[in-house]
Write a protein that binds this ligand. Structure first.
Ligand code: GDP
Length: 427
């Protein structure tokens, strides 16, 4: 029996999708518990390559029950499109349950996201414009719409009218747009209700029962520790907690149910969007790492934006593992570094006042921080076919052990390529 949370220890895009797909082979449930369609989990398996935004990464395994928990920002259009894509590409219809309490991302959440980013211009936060910040703002302002609200026309209309009162003032006065009418939104949202009907249920009861009966459950997070609104690089964070501590809340399980926290860590650094990124590389060095990174270069799975890249950042990753409460680490993309003669690793930051620190600073002191590097020997051999730690070249083993010692968490999995089988278990 186990409940494992799979989280990112960095800025996101660590390879959580691949790790969830791999570990789902032994799981009965895979649960998404936060975030929405604003990040993609890349999965490469026998059916091809997929970038899942809404569906849990267990959907390729017919025996796995996939759950979208109450903490998720439910984007119905993206969900429907993804289900259709799976069908078109020959994937058997997944087992899927969606929490009745999950709230839906509304058309005006996307509209406000775009209008606000445009208004901010150069000062924008690099939003993916999927409506996530306006969605969570409404949720906590008690203006959101739960999936179960989509079946009661009167209640839905009343909820929308209440939400639109102040939004229409903003639309007209701040953004110079036409006001929105609740009447016009209701039919579209009720159609969404019909699309969701086969999947909606009390997923909290489902998961509690599953946990009590000893089922193996994976809780799959989106984005990484450094994007957490409380502990990350605020305000360049996301709008829901990316931490394992939130997983039982967002999924609907008791906190004591969690048995393991697997932090996914990338063998180098990558970061999408704006915000401080101490190890950021520029020029030819960056281009080469970006081109070689991931399965087809480091470009955003949702936006296609080039990701910012840098060497491994032990200061950020140690902190990321700490705030995740990581009990084990999966180190991914180790194969990507095979082209290097020597590999820099950032082991400390130098702050604006000259202090050298190994502790990850608060945002106000992070902007000016400079990386301090140590250098390890490269291995200059392909790793793609290695399936055990012993098969790795000695220099690659040293790199893994060096990182393990720096972050203070045991590395139990090493990923040496994007495919399912390209994994080394190290127990
Ligand atoms: P996620 O959101 O954490 O699931 O990560 P993304 O899917 O956004 O980004 C991870 C990228 O790395 C994708 O392009 C994956 O196909 C790729 N990937 C995952 N593990 C490995 C690995 O070990 N080696 C290589 N070369 N690519 C990997």
């Amino acid at each position: 029996m186990s409940v494992t949370v799979i989280v990112g220890a960095n800025w996101g895009d660590e390879g959580k999708g691949k790790m969830t797909d791999v570990l789902a082979a032994q799981a009965a449930y895979v649960v998404r518990y936060q975030g929405g369609s604003n990040a993609g989990h890349t999965i490469i398996n026998d059916y091809g390559k997929f970038a899942l935004q809404m569906l849990p990464s267990g959907v390729f395994r017919p025996e796995v029950h996939n759950v979208i928990g109450p903490g998720v920002a439910l984007d119905v259009e993206t969900l429907t499109r993804e289900l259709q894509t799976l069908q078109e590409r020959g994937v058997p219809a997944p087992r899927l349950s969606i929490a009745e309490r999950a709230q839906v991302v509304l058309p005006y959440h996307r509209l406000f996201d775009r209008l606000e980013e445009e208004r901010l211009g150069d000062r924008s936060f690099g939003s993916t414009r999927r409506g996530i910040a306006p969605f969570y703002a409404d949720k906590y302002a008690k203006l959101g719409i739960q999936a179960a609200d989509l079946y009661d026309e009167r209640r839905l209309l009343q909820r929308l009218e209440q939400a639109l009162e102040s939004k229409n003032v903003l639309l007209e006065q701040l953004y110079g747009q036409e006001p929105l009418s609740a009447d016009r939104l209701v039919p579209e949202l009720m159609t969404w209700g019909e699309q969701l009907r086969p999947y909606l249920r009390d997923t909290t009861a489902l998961l509690h029962e599953a946990q009590q009966s000893g089922a193996t459950i994976l809780l799959e997070s989106q984005l990484g520790a450094l994007r957490d609104p409380d502990h990350g690089i605020y305000p360049f964070s996301t709008s829901s907690s990316t931490l394992a501590g939130f997983a039982p809340v967002g999924a609907g399980l008791p906190p004591y149910a969690v048995t393991d926290i697997l932090a996914v860590v990338k063998a180098y650094s990558s970061c999408v969007g704006a915000g401080p990124f101490v190890v950021e590389l520029a020029g030819a060095e960056a281009e080469e790492l970006r081109r070689r990174g991931g399965d087809a270069g480091e470009y955003g799975a949702v936006t296609g934006r080039p990701r910012r890249v840098g060497w491994f950042d032990a200061v950020a990753t140690r902190y990321g593992c700490k705030i995740q409460g990581a009990t084990q680490v999966a180190l991914t993309n180790l194969d990507v570094l095979s082209y290097l003669d020597r590999i820099p690793v950032c082991t400390a930051y130098e702050l604006a006042d000259g202090t050298v620190t190994e502790q990850f600073p608060v945002s106000a002191r992070l902007e000016q921080a400079q990386p301090r590097y140590e250098y390890l020997d490269g291995w200059r051999t392909e790793l793609a076919d290695a399936r055990s730690f012993d098969e790795l070249p000695a220099a690659a083993q040293r790199y893994v052990e060096f990182i393990e010692a720096l972050i203070g968490v045991v590395v139990t999995h090493i990923s040496v390529g994007p495919r399912r089988d390209q994994i080394i278990r190290r127990d």
